[in-house]
Design a protein around this ligand. Structure first.
Ligand code: FPP
Ligand code: MG
Ligand code: MG
Length: 283
């Protein structure tokens, strides 16, 4: 799917898909588990056509994800990604931007071949949200830095919108009811949301307000913020909010119709375990 007319573009676009460079592949894992979790058993057969379409969507979503990371590293001037050279470091900014564009275009061409306009539209929404989240981060005002609503909206766009919309697209492709589509979406949304302890610390110590307004380019601000953070309930409150999201993600799975199929049940358990694991991750 990443083979281009020009060999250099093929190797740049395939950079993060090489063996050893492929990362955790969280998006496709979650999506394929979701596909199994909402499967109505033997009738829609896990081994045949719907599975192939779901795998295709999982590949498409991973390509969009990689495309966004390639562009992100250009914007952030990052030298590394996944513990190796970033693509911009390796081949230069201009080439990296084009490789990201190419992956995005290839992802959408593949999405069109699924012949489902709602799926294409969900993926377009996800990309729109990724770009908006990135812009919200770049253009943030001092007052917006202190707003939990702004923070959560930006975080949803940057980290949860792709997985939530793609989870829904899995349910759409499976021709599931709108209820199941909504539960799949909710699972992805709660899985992707994380939060900033410093905004909680700010509620306890109004002095932190000014520091957050200024941002964290100045290392002194980081040091002072960490001092207040350790005195505050910020970390505990962040943990409990993350736990709440993990619980809501799990309850979206529990709200699916009962099933006796072991593959379905195992997939549902794996999705709930993933939500717990995400809650405890450090990055
Ligand atoms: C990582 O953020 C960046 C993202 C999750 C999204 C970036 C989105 C764009 C650049 C918009 C363009 C999107 C497409 C699909 C072309 P980070 O810099 O906070 O984290 P990280 O670098 O440590 O992973
Ligand atoms: Mg970055
Ligand atoms: Mg960034």
């Amino acid at each position: 799917m990443v083979v281009a007319e020009v060999p250099e573009l093929t190797s740049a676009a395939g950079y993060f898909f090489r063996a050893g460079a492929e990362g955790k592949r969280t998006c496709p894992t979650v999506l394929l588990l979701m596909a199994s979790a909402i499967s109505m058993g033997i009738a829609d057969g896990l081994e045949n056509k719907p599975r192939a379409r779901h795998m295709h969507l999982a590949e498409i979503t991973e390509m969009i994800h990689i495309s966004s990371l390639i562009h992100d590293d250009v914007l952030d001037d990052a030298d590394t990604r996944r513990g190796m050279d970033s693509l911009n470091f390796k081949v230069g900014k201009k080439f990296a931007v084009l490789a990201g564009d190419f992956l995005l275009f290839r992802a959408f061409s593949a999405a069109v071949s699924l012949d489902n306009t709602e799926v294409v539209s969900l993926l377009a929404t996800a990309v729109n949200n990724l770009v908006t989240g990135e812009l919200m981060q770049m253009s943030i005002t001092p007052a917006q830095r202190c707003s939990m609503d702004y923070y959560l909206q930006k975080t949803y766009y940057k980290t949860a919108a792709l997985i939530s919309n793609s989870c829904k697209a899995i349910a759409v492709l499976a021709e599931q009811t709108t209820e199941v589509q909504a539960l799949a979406y909710q699972y992805g949304r709660h899985l992707g949301i994380v939060t900033a302890p410093i905004l909680f610390a700010m509620e306890e110590f109004p002095e932190v307000h000014e520091i957050v307004e200024q941002g964290f380019d100045d290392p002194l601000n980081v040091k002072t913020a960490l001092k207040y953070l350790s005195k505050s309930q910020g970390i505990e409150r962040t943990r409990s909010l993350a736990a709440e999201h993990a619980k809501l993600a799990a309850s979206a799975i529990d709200d699916l119709l009962d099933s006796e199929d072991q593959v379905v049940l195992n997939s549902r358990q794996a999705l709930k375990d993933l939500a717990q694991k995400f809650m405890r991750r450090t990055k």
